[in-house]
Every structure is written in structure tokens, then in C-alpha cells.
Design a protein around this ligand. Structure first.
Ligand code: SF4
Length: 524
């Protein structure tokens, strides 16, 4: 519901009604066809300016007046019960927005058709990126035949503008119920059911990228939930694969809550919004720890969380093929990001696993050649603890110090190299200081001495250009959740040419990922 002003005086029978059947007898409840329950329904339509005592008595007791008399004491005929006219479902399903609108305007599928001034179809561009779905037209909407007008509309326009969305260009606005319930009462279940096909068809036709669901009844219809309103706020729901955000209509439209609501709306919107609009309180400043999931990523993932659920390693049926196709596409995208061949990407659960696999895998694979590894004291624990483990296995590890800028000394690196050195592992960018090491120079020194060069690229990949070919990187671990992806998935780049690098698997199982990392791939 967009607004809830005090109980209205009902719709005068004399007022013209676009697309509505003729007005009903004045003494009946416009929604149900039952006798009138409110004094203003009877008074406003009676010939006499004086309310009838019987009607007044009925209001006082809030019981239906079965017979209402006029000033001349002529009994009013009992109302004819409302008979809904069922729609042809095919007409709705096959309509485009232009042909759907007259269907809504002519609809008499529920009793609200008898009290409306106008059926409010909705407004906005045909392929808007946003769709706002409210509950039902209010008094002004009913008069103007437009959704979200008056104060509620102004506030909505303001709030959308605050997050970089122009109401006229990018938003289609509609309601669950197209006709105003008398007195702005709550829509009834049978009315919602009768009107729902119109809304579903509108969403299907507009195909918005995001839905803003306003109010409890809209949440019931679109989110299938009548859960506590607080529990619906502040998170992204999904309706037919469309990310949907819930806003409480009461807080949205009550002026004293404007600021809070606007802030909460901003809080909930996370994509395709101008950076200034992303500002929200409290401000999150720990993006090196993790980043929020970008809704576009969620959108791309959704099919694999629902319909395309096959095991990417299932080679003998289409469910597996479909999942594998998704994995191949993801692998190709990641390869492009760091300029390598897609076959050089090994999916892992994250950078920690990648660091473990890279360091332990090289230590085991190249044990015949040597047992010395060089790293730095400022590495992530995923590297430092793995190196400690290597030492327990009999390996030797040199921990290079860093200067006041967090950089290692290339001279000290050169001096630390021995014929036994099989791996130099220095992180690309530091998660705490932001220091970016001279990766190419480090790689050149490692290669000069016949060692492999590995880097933990977690804080660099996706943030600064990383080119494993140009940088001379042989192995690189990185993860998705540092760059607006989901947690639980990462990758290890392992060079296949010049030289061909191999790492010993640290998990035994089905031989996935070219035998280097067993385990069912977490698609997505
Ligand atoms: S509310 Fe919906 S179903 Fe009811 S008359 Fe209006 S358009 Fe038809």
C-alpha cells in the first residue's frame, strides 16, 4: 500500500469511473457486495443530507445494516451480489505490455472493480532495469491512474535518485493489486490471487535486473514469505532469478522515517549504483579481508545453485555437461584475467589451499632437485605456516626481512639463492601494508638460479593488472572473495610451458583438475 490516509468517504456513485462497471447501489460494501458498514458509504450517496438513524446505529455498533432507508423512508433494495468475471488466462499470458494494460483497465475479476475510479496498471519504460512493486493504489493513485504519486511517489523518486536511479528512465513501477481497496484496507487473499497474474506477466515482460519489493503483501506474493518484516530487510532475496530487495512500506512512507528508510534502501542496493550512492553506515573498510558479493556475480551463479546442479565431472549425461560448460567458461574468464591458458588454472577452495598446494606440491615434486625455499617474513600465514610445515619435513626455508616500505632486498634475495633452492615465494601485494613487491625482478633472480617463482596474488588479482607471462610467474594462488566473488572458491595458476611446472597433489580422490586437486568442483 502506498499511503494509508484516514478512512476515506468512499467513491461517490456519481464520479466517473474509467474502465469500471457501473457503480453499485450506495448502501452496499463496495468490495464484497455486503450491506454498508460505514456511515459515509450510506450518507454520501443518499438523497437526503440527513443520515438515516438506522444507518448511524449500524455504524455505532459496527454491524451491517440489513436495510437502509432514505429520508422518504423508502427501503433500498438488497444489493445484487458481486459476480466476478473470470479472465481468459491465455490473454494475459500472451499479452505484451501494450495489450495487457487495457485488460487490466477492463478487468472485473474481483470486487475491487466496483469501487475503483481507475485500475492502476503501472508506469515506466518497457525494459527498465529496476522494477518497484508496491501493494495497492492509494487514494491519489486511484484518482490519477498512476502508481506511487503524491507524497509516497515523491519520496520514492527521491530515494531512487539517491541511489543513482532516475524514476522516469530506469524504473517500472507497479502494484500487486491494481485497484484500490476501499478505505485503503488490506487486500484480501482472493483479490491478490485474482490480480497476481497481471503482476507476474508484467515482471516477465519487463525482465528487470532488480526488484524493489515494498510492503508485506508484495513480499508475500513475490518472496513467498510472511516472515517478520525485520528479517526480510537488509538482504538480497531472489524472485525467479531476479535479485529482490524488500522495503517496509510503513517505514518507507512515514515522513519521520524518511532518513532511516533512505539509508536502509541504500544499504540494500549494491550494484550498478554510482559510487557516491554506495555510502552507507557503518562504512565497511576491510576489503582486504573480504568483499561483498556483487549482485551480478550472484545473478551469474543462480542457475548453478538451482537448475544446473550437475556434477561437472559427470561425463555421461547432460546435467554434468551443462555444469562442465559453466566451469569451462569460468576457467576461461579467469585465464583471461591473468593472461594464461585456461588449462593452467586449477580450481581450489581459496588462496590458503592454493598456497599449500603450490609450496608443498613443489617441495614434494622437486625433492630430488633440492629442498630449499625462500620467502619473506611479511607473507600471509597461509605461506608462513606452510613453510614451517616444510621445515618439519626436513626442508630449509629462508625468511627474508623487509625494509621500512615493506619491500624485500633483491641483493639479499640473490645472496640467499643456493643450488638447493627450488622455490622462491614472495607475495604480490601485501594485505596489511599494500606493498607491491618488484615481482618481475624477483622472478628473474629465481629463474637465473634454476628455481621456480611462486606468488600469493590474492591481494593483487582483480585490483591491479596481473600478467603471469610478462611477470614471469610460475605458480600463483588467488581467491574470488577478495574481488566481489563468493567465498569458498579460488584458483592456482600452474605454468604448463617454459617450463612445464608440476605440483604433487595434496588431496587424493577422483583426480580432478588434471590430477592436482581432487574433489567435486563447487559449481558455482
Ligand atoms: S484488483 Fe486486479 S483482479 Fe481485481 S478488478 Fe482490479 S485488476 Fe481485476
Amino acid at each position: 500500500m502506498t499511503t494509508r490516509p484516514p478512512a476515506s468517504k468512499g467513491v461517490p456513485a456519481s464520479m466517473p469511473r474509467t474502465g469500471s462497471p457501473p457503480a453499485r447501489a450506495p448502501a452496499e460494501d463496495v468490495a464484497t457486495g455486503a450491506p454498508a458498514r460505514r456511515a459515509n458509504d450510506a450518507v454520501g450517496t443518499a438523497a437526503s443530507p440527513t443520515p438515516d438513524p438506522a444507518a448511524a446505529a449500524s455504524v455505532a455498533s459496527d454491524k451491517p445494516a440489513r436495510v437502509v432507508t432514505t429520508a422518504r423512508s423508502q427501503p433500498v433494495q438488497p444489493p445484487t451480489p458481486f459476480v466476478p468475471v473470470a479472465r481468459n488466462a491465455n490473454d494475459v499470458e500472451q499479452a505484451d505490455l501494450h495489450t495487457l494494460q487495457p485488460q487490466v483497465q477492463a478487468c472485473t475479476a474481483c470486487a475491487l472493480s466496483t469501487s475503483r475510479q481507475h485500475a492502476v496498471f503501472g508506469s515506466g519504460p518497457e525494459h527498465a532495469e529496476w522494477m518497484v512493486v508496491g501493494e495497492a493504489p492509494g487514494e491519489q493513485e486511484d484518482v490519477q491512474a498512476l502508481p506511487f504519486v503524491g507524497k509516497s511517489g515523491q519520496l520514492l523518486t527521491e530515494m531512487l535518485r539517491a541511489v543513482g536511479v532516475g524514476r522516469d528512465e530506469g524504473v517500472f513501477i507497479s502494484n500487486v493489486i491494481k485497484c484500490r481497496p476501499p478505505g485503503n484496507r488490506n487486500p484480501r487473499p482472493e483479490e491478490i490471487e485474482a490480480c497476481k497474474p497481471f503482476l507476474l506477466r508484467q515482471i516477465q515482460l519487463v525482465q528487470p535486473k532488480r526488484l524493489l519489493v515494498v510492503g508485506r503483501f508484495a513480499a508475500q506474493v513475490l518472496l513467498g514469505s510472511d516472515a517478520n518484516l525485520n528479517s526480510l530487510r537488509g538482504r538480497v532475496h531472489v524472485f525467479r532469478r531476479i535479485p529482490a530487495i524488500f522495503v517496509d512500506s510503513k517505514k518507507l512512507f512515514r515522513p519521520k522515517f524518511c532518513f532511516t528508510s533512505s539509508q536502509s534502501l541504500t544499504l540494500d542496493l549494491t550494484s550498478n549504483i554510482q559510487p557516491s550512492a554506495m555510502l552507507k553506515l557503518p562504512i565497511y573498510l576491510d576489503n582486504n579481508a573480504t568483499t561483498p558479493l556483487d549482485p551480478r556475480v550472484l545473478e551469474a551463479m543462480m542457475p548453478y545453485l538451482t537448475d544446473v546442479f550437475g556434477n561437472a565431472a559427470s561425463r555421461n549425461h547432460p546435467f554434468g555437461w551443462a555444469a562442465e560448460e559453466g566451469v569451462d567458461y569460468a576457467r576461461e574468464q579467469i585465464a583471461q584475467l591473468i593472461n594464461c591458458d585456461s588449462k593452467e588454472i586449477i580450481f581450489t577452495s581459496g588462496a590458503t589451499e592454493g598456497d599449500n598446494l603450490g609450496i608443498k606440491g613443489v617441495f614434494e615434486m622437486y625433492s630430488q632437485r633440492g629442498n630449499h625455499i625462500i620467502t619473506a617474513t611479511t607473507e600471509h600465514k597461509a605461506v608462513l605456516d606452510t613453510c614451517k610445515h616444510i621445515e618439519k619435513l626436513g626442508g630449509k626455508v629462508t625468511y627474508l626481512p623487509v625494509n621500512d616500505k615493506g619491500l624485500i632486498s633483491l641483493e639479499e634475495l640473490e645472496a640467499a639463492m643456493t643450488p638447493q633452492t627450488i622455490l622462491v615465494t614472495i607475495m604480490y601485494g601485501n594485505n596489511e601494508t599494500g606493498t607491491i613487491q618488484p615481482i618481475r625482478e624477483i622472478a628473474a633472480i629465481a629463474h637465473k638460479h634454476g628455481a621456480l617463482f611462486m606468488t600469493d596474488g590474492t591481494q593483487a588479482t582483480g585490483k591491479i593488472p596481473v600478467d603471469v607471462q610478462a611477470d614471469g610467474i610460475d605458480i600463483m594462488a588467488f581467491t574470488a572473495h577478495k574481488m566481489y566473488g563468493p567465498k569458498g572458491v579460488g584458483a592456482l595458476y600452474v605454468r604448463r610451458k617454459n617450463p612445464r611446472v608440476k605440483v604433487t597433489a595434496q588431496m587424493d580422490g577422483g583426480g580432478h583438475e588434471r590430477g592436482m586437486r581432487s574433489g567435486t568442483l563447487n559449481v558455482p
